[in-house]
Design a protein around this ligand. Structure first.
Ligand SMILES: Cc1cc2nc3c(=O)[nH]c(=O)nc-3n(C[C@H](O)[C@H](O)[C@H](O)COP(=O)(O)OP(=O)(O)OC[C@H]3O[C@@H](n4cnc5c(N)ncnc54)[C@H](O)[C@@H]3O)c2cc1C
Length: 454
């Protein structure tokens, strides 16, 4: 029975993961207390995916920077208002504002439930830059509140957030320098793929300085000293208005009472099993705060798992599908699966120059790459990278194919609309078929060796 403070489930955090779980459980007739410490929509709606993609889109319109930034805030706030209204009035969801803490035995502050789902997200990792005043130090939490584009911005961190914001602010007229300790931008991507983004962003006038970190800021000369990690400064960037720090995320797992309940964490992330359960009965976790989070689609996917296993506790966990990752630069850069730099012996790698596609020709696309790794002989797709127009959509074809276990030779004969960008995948499959058919016996041998090693 549900009383005012007793529910079937308590969801802590009304962001991507928490909303998925709350809405899903409510449609199954479960009563849900949804607790939010700050803003409905979490990072994604307020300081993440939505404002960053709004900015990427509106920065192409040619409007004045101040107007673009104001439109971004307006559109973002409209969405949040819509989400607040919708979830604040959804049947079976009791939306409350406040900072939740687990106190044991199914209770969260004064609430009780059989299930508690922790979906408290993450925060920007803050990096100390000696001498940098607070008003020049930005993370994604402050970035979208700027009312004008700064004249010059140094971005520390060349991951997806850093590179997307480099592109957006460059379009608004900001002079951009991007630093990263790693020797390449987008360090998690294959070097050939990251190189495409490096060339295209450099051509936009973005200065890339891989292999360097920020050493300290001098307020008198408004310059930032930079140098290799662990070494002395070797260079200085002058006339720096602001520094955007985008060097990763830390899970929001402190202050939740996890230690008191003995909930297992790994470097602050809550450890979950294939069903989304923590090691403590009745306590679940989804999204960035868990060991399986980093994106909104991961939070949503794991949220759906949690719903399934609360509603149908005996259902098997099932396989964990590969999650795609997309950086919405220009062009987009997308990956799925596992693609080590060195190709293992039992894997065939097909690299295709995306600019050779007819649609690339008609649209004037001069750079791009598709890289697919396929297990020799068996044809199993291990991983794929697409850098080029609509890479975020094209990678979804791999996501579906890999989840459904469609071997790459079975892709042969698929009819791709001409001249779509997807048609390029047909060319990749053709290349694969020629290579695979020429080497059936040696592939079979390498596949067998690989099987023995695994
Ligand atoms: C600039 C940027 C761009 C991004 N772009 C993309 C993208 O394009 N695509 C993509 O898939 N991902 C993107 N992400 C990542 C995405 O935003 C996160 O992976 C996603 O929001 C995680 O969802 P979540 O539910 O775990 O956390 P969140 O959505 O952050 O929600 C967590 C919520 O919990 C609340 N909370 C925290 N502690 C408590 C507490 N004790 N009590 C009550 N409430 C609490 C918070 O206030 C917050 O509202 C981006 C992130 C950033 C920073």
């Amino acid at each position: 029975m549900t009383t005012e403070n007793t529910h079937d489930a308590i969801v802590i955090g009304a962001g991507s993961g928490g909303l998925t779980v709350a809405v899903g459980l409510s449609t199954f007739g479960k009563s849900v207390a949804l607790i939010e410490a700050n803003l409905v929509g979490g990072d994604c709606t307020n300081v993440g995916c939505i404002p960053s993609k709004l900015l990427l889109h509106h920065s192409t319109t040619g409007a004045l920077a101040g107007d673009v930034l104001s439109t971004v805030r307006q559109r973002r706030d409209d969405l949040r208002k819509h989400e607040e209204d919708e979830y604040g009035t959804t049947d079976n969801i009791d939306l409350r504002y406040g900072h939740a803490r687990l106190v044991g035995d199914g209770a969260v502050t004064s609430l009780r439930a059989d299930h508690v789902i922790i979906s408290t997200g993450s925060s920007p990792r803050r990096l100390a830059v000696d001498g940098l005043p607070g008003d020049r130090y930005l993370t994604n939490d402050e970035l979208f509140e700027l009312t004008e584009a700064p004249a010059k911005m140094v971005i520390v961190g060349a991951g997806p957030i850093g590179m997307e914001m480099a592109v957006a602010f460059r379009r608004l007229g900001t002079e951009i320098v991007v630093l990263d300790a790693a020797p390449q931008i987008l360090p998690l991507m294959l070097p050939d793929a990251a190189a495409v983004v490096a060339r295209t962003t450099t051509a936009m006038g973005i200065k890339l300085m891989p292999g360097l970190v920020a050493h300290g800021f001098d307020v008198d000369t408004i310059s930032l000293a930079v140098g290799p990690l662990g070494g002395p400064p070797t260079d200085a960037i002058n006339d720096v208005d602001v520094v955007l720090v985008a060097v990763g995320r830390v899970p929001n797992s402190e202050g939740l009472g996890l230690e008191d309940l003995g909930i297992e964490t790994d470097r602050g992330r809550i450890v979950i099993d294939g069903k989304g359960r923590t090691n403590v009965d009745g306590v679940w976790a989804v999204g960035d705060v868990s060991t399986e989070g980093a994106t909104t689609h991961a939070a949503n996917a794991w949220g759906r798992r949690v719903i399934k296993h609360i509603v149908a506790p005996l259902a098997p966990a099932g396989a964990r599908p590969d999650h795609p990752a997309v950086t919405y630069t220009s062009p987009e850069a997308a990956t799925i699966g596992d693609q080590p730099v060195e190709v293992p012996g039992d894997v065939r790698r097909i690299s295709y120059d995306f600019s050779k596609a007819d649609r690339a020709y008609t649209d004037g696309v001069e750079d791009g790459v598709i890289i697919v790794d396929i297990r020799r002989f068996s044809g199993k797709v291990i991983g794929a990278t697409v850098v080029g127009p609509r890479a975020g959509e094209l990678i979804s074809i791999f996501s579906l194919g890999m989840k459904a276990g469609v071997r790459f030779h079975k892709w042969y004969g698929t009819v791709w609309p001409y001249p779509s960008y997807a048609d390029a995948l047909g060319a990749v499959v053709d290349e694969y078929m020629v290579a695979a058919m020429k080497s059936v016996p040696s592939d079979a041998l390498r596949w067998a060796r690989g099987q023995l090693r695994r």
